[in-house]
Ligand binder design. Sequence first.
Ligand code: PEP
Length: 249
Amino acid sequence: MTAPRPLIAGNWKMNGLAAALSEARAIAAAVDASPPAARVALCPPATLVARMADALAGTGVAVGGQDCRAEASGAFTGDIAAAMLADAGATMVILGHSERRAGYGETDLLIAAKVEAALTAGLEPIVCVGETLEEREGGRTLAVVTGQVRGSLPAALAGKAFSVAYEPVWAIGTGLTPTLEQIEQVHLAIRSTLMQQFGEHGAGVPILYGGSVKPSNAVEILGLKEVGGALVGGASLKAADFMGIVAGA
Ligand code: PEP
């Protein structure tokens, strides 16, 4: 089986007004001028999804959401359905980010339901997993992460395009990163869990690494066995930094 193209996705979190679309345009111009080995996506706040999708239409950069509701519609003030993201021009969605698991009490069960909603809407899910510092220090990293993979990925993903992002919670936005050996160990455990769940299809699912990825560490991280791309937070806000990471794939 040929390995799928890596995916480098930027998670803008709650950052970006309309003026920030100039960074997205600069990223798309750089991608189109010199097409990289990786697929490239940007996940802006919900308010920018439609405008970014318009701005990047026809370029080599996809647009994604950062979350969606599991239900298709209804009395859920402030929430966004998967079909609304797709309608706005998104083709992907980040689900189960640790900031939502911790800040909104999102469980594996809820995330699996959101994944199903995303698939129904035709979106490609990027499902996040990762241990806290306490869990790592307690020697529970592999049990926690593989448990999240099993619990957050529904059987409906069989044969569908999706990726898993391993994001150690303690490495997000902190400037800290695990050792290369630690990243490789967790990615190998995720791969074998994916193969148990999805058979041969699980062998080709990209497993992204996320947590303080920057141009200076991208090449060594992206070169690791079983690392199939990166989910990038802070360093995705500036075109020059993000393209420095994309170039490392
Ligand atoms: C993230 O939030 O998905 C992330 C990886 O953030 P950062 O790159 O800023 O650590």
